[in-house]
Design a protein around this ligand. Structure first.
Ligand SMILES: [Zn+2]
Ligand SMILES: [Zn+2]
Length: 168
């Protein structure tokens, strides 16, 4: 019966197929060579499978990370847009974003009224003036101090914002 040696490739047409039979050319025992070849193949297959699993895991991780990054970016964009929509834009000069606080009236007049109050006549006037000034607190443009501010989120504000961005 034919038996091909796994080590040297020589065919033995008169093989008996006994467990301890050896190749006549290289003297290797057939069963041992086959066992060795089998073990090597098994090891290679296991290594290949492990590699495939590792590659799949790495790919999955990369995908998850990319997805997370995209989500974060989208959230940041939404936040930015939201805060922009809530911020004000100056109708006079087109400056958007931070505003300044301002009150009407004059600090000088207020000071004089309070100085008068310290002498005799002024107390009610000073008080009324101060209270009135406090009630006129409003936002003004940080660039031109105009009080003509509208939210960027409104249609006109949006139009103005786009126009200013284009000009810049
Ligand atoms: Zn052989
Ligand atoms: Zn302005």
């Amino acid at each position: 019966m034919d038996r091909i040696c796994g080590k040297c490739g020589t065919n033995n047409p008169k093989a008996t197929l006994s467990a301890t039979e050896a190749c006549q050319a290289c003297r290797a025992v057939y069963a041992k060579v086959e066992q060795h070849l089998q073990a090597t193949a098994d090891k290679a297959r296991a290594a290949g499978e492990a590699q495939q699993i590792a590659a799949a895991k790495a790919g999955e991780k990369r995908r998850a990370e990319a997805e997370r990054a995209a989500q974060n970016q989208a959230a940041a964009g939404r936040r930015q847009e939201q805060s922009l929509n809530q911020s004000l834009i100056c109708k006079t000069c087109g400056t958007a974003g931070e505003t300044k606080g301002a009150v009407k009236g004059s600090t000088g007049v207020e000071l004089i009224l309070w100085l008068l109050a310290l002498t005799v006549i002024g107390i009610p006037f000073a008080l009324v003036y101060s209270v009135w000034r406090g009630s006129t607190k409003h936002k003004v443009c940080r660039a031109c101090r105009s009080a003509d501010l509208i939210p960027v989120g409104t249609p006109i504000g949006q139009q103005l914002y786009v126009a200013v961005q284009r000009r810049a």
